[in-house]
Design a protein. Structure first.
Length: 140
């Protein structure tokens, strides 16, 4: 199995809390950045999704903090889609220091919202298969 998609991020000082740790909310920002970067790398843009009348939605996010991150740390944020049946999919992510130490594990449940109907798309996989140039990034 190949390595999951990833992007490198450097922890910025203004993202840390009074203890010098990366603020908890920023972990979600890093995860979201990796997700949109994967979509872009696969050839799917926000404009294409909007043109198709859909938008990605987060239904659940779980973060497991493993090791602290400090200003100046460089991390790789991974992103891998896991498909089941139905309206939702899971996104498995890790935030890893460059030495391989896992700082956080993030699991999200998402889907695609039909923007006109305000209901979840029955099979989001079909939309990604239609729009993406690189289905491998989606695990398809």
């Amino acid at each position: 199995m190949s390595e999951p998609f990833s992007v490198r991020v450097t922890v910025r000082g203004y993202e840390t809390d009074v203890q010098g740790h990366l603020n908890q909310a920023v972990y979600i920002n890093y995860a979201e950045h990796a997700r949109w970067s994967l979509l872009q790398a696969a050839g799917v843009s926000q404009a294409q999704l909007m043109g198709r009348g859909v938008g990605p939605v987060a239904l659940e996010t779980t973060i497991r903090y493993r090791r602290e991150l400090l200003a100046g740390d460089e991390v790789d944020v991974t992103c891998a889609f896991e498909w089941g049946g139905g309206k939702t999919f899971r996104i498995l992510q890790e935030i890893r220091k460059t030495d391989g130490t896992v700082a956080a594990e993030i699991t999200a449940v998402g889907g695609l919202l039909d923007l006109a109907e305000r209901r979840m798309v029955a099979d989001p996989r079909e939309i990604f298969e239609e729009l993406a140039k690189d289905l491998g990034l989606f695990g398809l």
